[in-house]
Design a protein around this ligand. Structure first.
Ligand SMILES: NC(=O)c1ccc[n+]([C@@H]2O[C@H](COP(=O)([O-])OP(=O)(O)OC[C@H]3O[C@@H](n4cnc5c(N)ncnc54)[C@H](OP(=O)(O)O)[C@@H]3O)[C@@H](O)[C@H]2O)c1
Length: 386
């Protein structure tokens, strides 16, 4: 029996994680849950899974939730302190990090420091402070298990060889809903179109990131830290069928790939049960029915966000944190229909151009860069709209 603390329980990854717990009640138990402000869903989750500790981001939400849960023996907390309590909850063996954005950084660090194994969905954590997070894991002997399907695929492919024999990592990308759009079409792309992902059902922010290919850029940075390879040995390939989840090329020319249906339950369950595999987690892949698997180079001219992520990695220090924070701000404004699709890339580029990267040696350094970038991106958007 593994005890789970789940950060981001009301989100897409959070709900899929609880689906796995429900399917394997002899294997997993939920001891702590945290969410943003969706207390209706969180209340149902608490009644169903009976955690000892829960947290929500707002104080008012926490007060309302506490009232609703007065009949249950559960402690309710709020804010960053609440997230940290859940992340490091007594009795938890593994913490699932599935809050979206930089908000997940401090709780994830707290879980690592408390000696919990981490199932990491939140890629922004490694983009913002990858070097620090990996050093903390090494220092504490904590395992960091990837939940992102591409990184889970690479992790699985790495069982086929030695790390010293890796030539490169091949990260696949579906190409998103705009793969075949011309630049003229992209300039007119709407929010509704951007939210219609061809293969995956996910939260709103990552769905937009998939439409700009920033998601793949963030994943390149995530892979850089998770697997310790320089950016020139991480290659992105557009693979519209989303069947090959990623590949590793070894020094002898062998390429090892992991395939499966596009379904996040597979990588989540693998992170939770590693090194075991659980029976019947994902639907079986009928590869003859899929028939054709195709691969193409990404078009950095139409999708500049991917190039910006490589630029940020090259610049190093605080630049990836700035890239990620500017992206969060721009995507939020796009989701609110205040800026257009092409503005997302423009805001990120301008924010990066205004930043002189500095070293990130503490979490506070990363958060300072994050805050600076948020303010700068907001200013750029205000100027544009004003
Ligand atoms: N969805 C996928 O298939 C997928 C795949 C790979 C990686 N990921 C990564 O996993 C993470 C989560 O993605 P998602 O798609 O599950 O996102 P999502 O559906 O938007 O869910 C986000 C979760 O984070 C919570 N949250 C947001 N802001 C918070 C804050 N300030 N404090 C505490 N909780 C907060 C939300 O709570 P409320 O809703 O209650 O406000 C919700 O539970 C992202 O980093 C994403 O890149 C997702």
């Amino acid at each position: 029996m593994k005890n789970i603390s789940l950060l981001g329980s009301t989100g897409s990854i959070g709900q899929s994680t609880l689906g796995i717990v429900e399917k394997f009640p002899d294997r997993f138990k939920v001891v702590a849950l945290a969410a943003g402000n969706n207390i209706d869903l969180l209340e149902r989750q608490v009644r169903r899974f009976k955690p000892a500790v829960v947290a929500v981001s707002g104080e008012a939400s926490a007060a309302a939730l506490k009232k609703r849960l007065h009949d249950l023996p559960v402690s309710v907390f709020s804010g960053i302190e609440g997230m940290v309590r859940v992340a490091a909850a007594d009795g938890a063996d593994i913490t699932v990090s599935a809050i979206v954005g930089t908000a997940g950084l401090v709780p994830t660090m707290a879980a690592i420091r408390a000696g919990k194994a981490i199932a990491l969905a939140n890629k922004e954590v490694l983009v913002t402070a990858g070097e620090l997070v990996m050093a903390e894991c090494r220092g504490r002997g904590t395992s960091l298990l990837p939940v992102d399907s591409e990184h889970s695929a690479i992790f699985q492919c790495l069982h086929a060889g030695e790390n010293r024999d890796i030539r490169k990592l091949l990260l696949t990308a579906s190409g998103g809903p705009f793969r075949e759009y011309s630049k003229t079409d992209l300039a007119k792309a709407t929010l509704a179109q951007a939210l219609r992902h061809p293969n995956w059902s996910m939260g709103r922010k990552i769905t937009i990131d998939s439409a700009t290919l920033m998601n793949k850029g963030l994943e390149v940075i995530e892979a850089r830290w998770l697997f310790g390879l320089p950016p020139e040995r991480i290659k992105v390939l557009v693979h519209p069928q989303s069947i090959v989840h990623s590949m590793v090329e070894y020094c002898d020319g062998a390429v090892v790939a992991q395939l499966g249906m596009p379904d996040m339950k597979g990588p989540i369950a693998y992170a939770l049960s590693y090194p075991e595999r659980l029976e019947g987690v994902s639907p079986s892949l009928d590869i003859a029915r899929v028939g054709t698997l195709t691969f193409e180079e990404p078009d950095l001219d139409r999708f500049p966000c991917l190039a910006y992520a490589f630029d940020a990695l090259k610049a190093g220090g605080s630049m990836p944190a700035v890239l990620s924070a500017a992206n969060e701000v721009a995507v939020r404004h796009f989701l609110e229909e205040r800026i257009g699709y092409n503005d997302i890339a423009r805001v990120i580029r301008k924010t990066m151009d205004a930043h002189a990267p500095s070293p990130v040696t503490t979490v506070e350094d990363a958060l300072k860069a994050d805050l600076w970038a948020r303010q700068e991106a907001e200013r750029i958007i205000e100027d544009r709209l004003g």
